[in-house]
Structures are given as structure tokens and as C-alpha cells.
Design a binder for this molecule. Structure first.
Ligand code: BGC
Length: 442
């Protein structure tokens, strides 16, 4: 009898979850993806990150790359020397916003030793973007930091946070007269889980306990930076870039798959929203975190189909796909429908949304045009339905160093020939450019 009642309750709960967490799939063939309407003041752009494009760095990543016999980032796209021509490429696409990150290790290569030259170079970059009518959006931490800070334990130690805050303040002091929009930290959940639970990012640790404490420290660091920079310049708009991955149960009738998917969602997505809305994360109070956002940066790529087997290393990841879903070069499916769900989730932070990343690894550029059109169509529908989305940054301007995957994954609107550092616009780049031209009022 007890078993029967228990099973009935479980069944009812699964029915409830199926209703409250739908996984829509659309018939894309029936839609006219070119019928989009985007407000005039909307910002179209691209995004990059320092370690992935600049080249010639020495930081937590380069140390990790050489000690793990991984592909070396090396000269990357040599963007540190070629940024002028790269900014022209952005301008050629008709874009009005560019998200990029500052490399802390250039500014403070040894603890307390500050180099003025690189900060001046970043300042020249800002001026050049502004002269082209492109809004610079700066990310202060995009997965990389100085090797000396890593040696001290980086984000795993709360006592290291002041050094990070100090660096952020220096950059903000120098650039906030011209840069109005800032991301404190890029994808803290990816950085902490890949670096401290899955061991695929520096420092290559594998401990859930450590990972949770890094998450809390990253949230503390974000809150400290947010509050300090706002007090210095209230005109700065400050947010963080949140990777929103959706977790869907493999079998939508299986209580076990639901349990796995809800648990992962709770950690990956829920914890960050609770920190901003309630000032608490995993049972700890995070000082200053409540309402520490002027916008939420949304990075959306895919959904993760989840079952009992929860991988403990990315190399074990066997990305699952629904039967009809198209596989990207990374192995995970293209799931543009999820972009709408990610926008809905992001709207729950109660601040405007800036889409800080969306794109696809597709070396042959055979999928990217469709990927781009589907996501932009979803974006247009969401805006039509009242979601406050201000910008869209395509990931990425050009092919670049894709972290643990090295150069094998190609995300660029421009293809990069790493042999001679030439960039060529892909067909998807032309499509993006033409689409923007058709949307922007002349
Ligand atoms: C990161 C980027 C990365 C992209 C594609 C995002 O998680 O912010 O640095 O290149 O995804 O994988």
C-alpha cells in the first residue's frame, strides 16, 4: 500500500515537472527566419577574450598548458599586435558593440609591479573603438589571471580577493571615463567547475568542496568589485556574464533523470540567481551580493541532456542529443529553442539583459548560417514579447584559442589562418553583416 502511494506521488511529481519545465522543439522548416524586428537602439556586436586572441602571454593558462602537454596558446591571433586591423574588421561588419577582456597578467606581471604601457594600449583600443562608433564592453576576468596570483591560490582563497579588486579598480580608474559598460567576471560557474571539479581548466583540481568554495569566492569578488566601482563612478553599468546551460532529463518520465537535471540546474543556474536576489549562496551570506547587477550578461550555447551518469571529467562527456538535433563540432547539439528559455531565466534577475555570447564551433561554416538565423529569430520573438534585451554579441569575431580544446574549435565569423595571421570573412559573417544592415536605420 505504502509503495503504491509512494509511486503515485512520484508519478504526480514527474507530471508536475514535465508541465513546469517544458522542453520545446520547433519545426524550423515552417518558419520565415528572415522576418525579424529589432528596435533601432539595439546593439549588435561580437565578443572575444584576451587569452584567446592576444598571444604572447604568461598567466595561469600558459602555465597549465605547458604542464599538461596541451596545445599551447602561443601567439594566438596575434591580436596584441594586430588589434587595429581587427577593429576595422568589426567596423566592416557594421557593429556597434564589442565585448573584450583585459589581461591582468599584462598589467601586473609580478605582484605589486604595475606596467603602465599595456594599460595605455588598452586605452588606445578604447579610443579607437569609440572613434568607429563601437561601444566597448570590458570584461575584467575572462578565465585568465597572473601566474603569481594562481600560485597564491587565486579564487580558492578569500584572502586573495583584495588583489583582484585592486586590479579591477586600476582598470576602471583608467577607462571608466570612456567605457560605460563592464562585466566583472565571465562565467564563474564554468571557471570553477572546469578548474576545480572537472580538472580541465587551471589549476586542474578535482574537488566538489573546493569548487563550491571557489564559486562563493567568485561571487564575493564580483560583489566587492561591483560595489567599489559603482561608488567610484555611478554612471558605470556593471554586470557579470552568466553561462546559462539548460539541463533536460534524458527520459522525461524518469524520476532519476529529473533529479539529476534539477540538481545540476540548482547548482549551475539557481545558485547565482539566489546570490543576486537573496544575497546567499550555498548556505553562506555573500556580503554585498544582493542587487549587485545593473544588467545580466547572458552566454547561451546549448542544453545538456542529463541522466544518472554525471560525468566527472569533460573528456568523459558523451554529449547526448535528441534524435532530430544537429551536432555542432563541439559535440553538443544546436538547440536554439533553449535560447528563449535562457532569456526567460535571465529576466528573473530583474535587470536588463545583454547577450554577451552566442555562437557555434563549425569549421566548415555549414551550420553557422542556420545557427545564427535561428538564434536571432528567437531573440526577435523574445523582444517582441517584452523581454528587455539590449544587445547581442556573437561569439566570436574570429577563430581563436578555445581553452582545453585548443585551436581545433573554430567559432569565428572570420576564419583565421594561424600560419600567416590572415582573416577571411566566412559566409555566415556576410549574413550577419547584411542582416544588421537591414535592421539598422540609416
Ligand atoms: C566562453 C568562451 C568560449 C566559448 C565557446 C564560453 O563559455 O566564455 O571563452 O570560447 O564559451 O566555448
Amino acid at each position: 500500500m505504502l509503495l503504491l502511494v509512494g509511486s503515485l506521488l512520484l508519478f504526480t511529481f514527474v507530471v508536475y515537472l514535465r508541465r513546469t519545465h517544458p522542453e520545446p522543439h520547433m519545426d524550423w522548416g515552417d518558419l520565415d527566419l528572415t522576418s525579424i524586428v529589432i528596435p533601432d537602439e539595439f546593439h549588435w556586436g561580437v565578443a572575444t577574450a584576451a587569452h584567446q586572441i592576444e598571444g604572447g602571454l604568461r598567466n595561469n593558462w600558459t602555465v597549465f598548458e605547458s604542464s599538461n602537454e596541451m596545445e599551447q596558446s602561443g601567439q594566438a591571433c596575434d591580436h596584441w599586435n594586430l588589434w587595429k586591423q581587427d577593429f576595422q574588421l568589426i567596423s566592416d561588419l557594421g557593429l556597434s558593440t564589442y565585448r573584450f577582456s583585459i589581461e591582468w597578467s599584462r598589467l601586473e606581471p609580478e605582484q605589486g609591479v604595475w606596467e603602465e604601457g599595456p594599460l595605455q594600449e588598452y586605452s588606445r583600443m578604447v579610443d579607437d573603438l569609440l572613434s568607429k562608433g563601437i561601444r566597448p564592453m570590458i570584461t575584467l576576468h575572462h578565465f585568465s589571471h597572473p601566474a603569481w596570483w594562481e600560485e597564491k591560490g587565486g579564487f580558492s582563497k578569500a584572502e586573495n580577493i583584495p588583489e583582484f579588486v585592486n586590479y579591477c579598480e586600476k582598470v576602471h580608474n583608467a577607462l571608466s571615463d570612456r567605457v560605460s559598460i563592464w562585466c566583472t567576471i565571465n562565467e564563474p560557474v564554468v571557471f570553477s567547475s572546469m578548474g576545480y571539479a572537472l580538472g580541465q581548466f587551471p589549476p586542474g583540481k578535482r574537488s566538489i568542496r573546493l569548487c563550491i568554495s571557489v564559486m562563493k569566492n567568485m561571487m564575493r569578488a564580483h560583489a566587492r568589485v561591483y560595489n567599489l566601482l559603482k561608488s567610484k563612478n555611478p554612471n558605470s553599468s556593471i554586470g557579470m556574464a552568466k553561462n546559462v546551460t539548460l539541463f533536460d532529463p534524458t527520459n522525461r518520465w524518469s524520476p532519476i533523470d529529473w533529479a539529476a537535471s534539477r540538481l545540476l540546474d540548482w547548482i549551475w543556474n539557481g545558485a547565482w540567481k539566489r546570490a543576486i536576489l537573496k544575497g546567499r549562496m550555498f548556505g553562506s551570506r555573500i556580503e554585498g551580493a544582493r542587487s549587485s547587477l545593473d544588467f545580466i550578461g547572458l552566454n547561451y550555447y546549448t542544453h545538456f541532456i542529463t541522466g544518472l551518469f554525471v560525468p566527472t571529467a569533460t573528456k568523459d562527456l558523451d554529449f547526448q542529443r535528441r534524435e532530430h538535433e544537429i551536432e555542432t563540432d563541439f559535440g553538443y547539439p544546436m538547440y536554439a529553442e533553449g535560447f528563449r528559455r535562457a532569456i526567460e531565466y535571465a529576466s528573473g534577475f530583474g535587470v536588463p539583459i545583454e547577450v554577451t555570447e552566442n555562437g557555434v564551433a563549425d569549421a566548415s561554416d555549414s551550420l553557422r548560417p542556420e545557427h545564427l538565423m535561428r538564434h536571432i529569430w528567437i531573440l526577435s520573438e523574445a523582444i517582441k514579447d517584452g523581454y528587455d534585451v539590449k544587445s547581442f554579441h556573437y561569439w566570436s569575431l574570429m577563430d581563436n584559442f578555445e581553452w582545453a580544446e585548443g585551436y581545433s574549435m573554430r567559432f569565428g565569423l572570420y576564419e583565421v589562418n594561424y600560419g600567416n595571421q590572415t582573416r577571411s570573412l566566412r559566409q555566415s559573417g556576410e549574413i550577419y553583416r547584411d542582416l544588421i544592415e537591414s535592421q539598422v536605420k540609416r
